[in-house]
Design a protein around this ligand. Structure first.
Ligand code: GRF
Length: 222
């Protein structure tokens, strides 16, 4: 068996995506070692579960720094001390400067609750509803300096249904986030997924022109 991939996870809040990663590791489905969980918010609920599991949890409160550059310098030094091969943004709600992102080129994955490139940024679900969309979803993508703009790797589609509101839609999409984030991390850990020198995604040795789509569980072949 290969050595588990060293990973650092950044969060800002609830941490349900982090929990999905931890569950997949516990189930033996994810060959990953979480070396640290770092939150930019001191009261992030998502710090509790890793702490109980004995994983290092660290708070680097962005509000304590005079500038983004100063915050990110400390963040980067802290992350690098753990020597991760992958950085996972699991509900990390700070925009990262190009210098920071470039330092981890090809080694950062993010989860975003829309079908990117549609609806980058915040307040996603309400904007989807306001636009009258009949479908939304979630995307795992490599992070590049452009916010929510890096190449998409894996998506799950979620229909918008009658009488949806932003909260209902968010919770159905969240269920899919919990499926696709561990799956994409597993691909990376298994060496199946990488970014090439030109910024394209390579999956199983071939260029990935479009993100893979994970079908709803009910439609997956048994
Ligand atoms: C998720 O919907 C994620 O896509 C978005 O923020 C939310 C974080 O949820 N960026 P959690 O902290 O993982 O529960």
């Amino acid at each position: 068996m290969n050595k588990p991939l060293p990973v650092v996870v950044l969060i800002s809040g609830r941490g349900s995506n982090l929990e999905a990663i931890l569950d997949a590791i516990a189930d033996g489905e994810l060959p990953v070692e979480i070396r640290a969980v770092i939150s930019n918010r001191p009261n992030a609920a998502g710090l509790q579960r890793p702490a109980l599991l004995g994983i290092r949890t660290i708070v680097i409160d962005h509000a304590c720094y005079a500038s983004r550059r100063a915050f990110e310098a400390v963040l980067q030094t802290t992350i690098d001390a753990f020597e991760p091969d992958l950085l996972v943004l699991a509900g990390f709600m700070r925009i990262l400067a190009p210098e920071f992102v470039s330092h981890y080129r090809g080694r950062i994955l993010n989860i975003h609750p829309s079908l990117l490139p549609e609806f980058p940024g915040l307040n996603t679900h309400q904007r989807v509803l306001d636009a009258g969309k009949r479908e939304s979803g979630a995307t795992v993508h490599f992070v590049t300096p452009e916010m929510d703009g890096g190449p998409a790797v894996l998506q799950a589609r979620v229909p918008v249904i009658v009488n949806d509101d932003a909260g209902l839609l968010a919770s159905r999409i969240l269920e899919q986030e919990h499926r696709i984030l561990p799956m994409a991390i597993r691909w990376f850990a298994e060496g199946r997924l990488r970014l090439d020198a030109t910024g394209g995604v390579i999956f199983d040795g071939a260029a990935l022109k479009r993100p893979r789509i994970l079908l709803p569980e009910a439609q997956e072949p048994t």
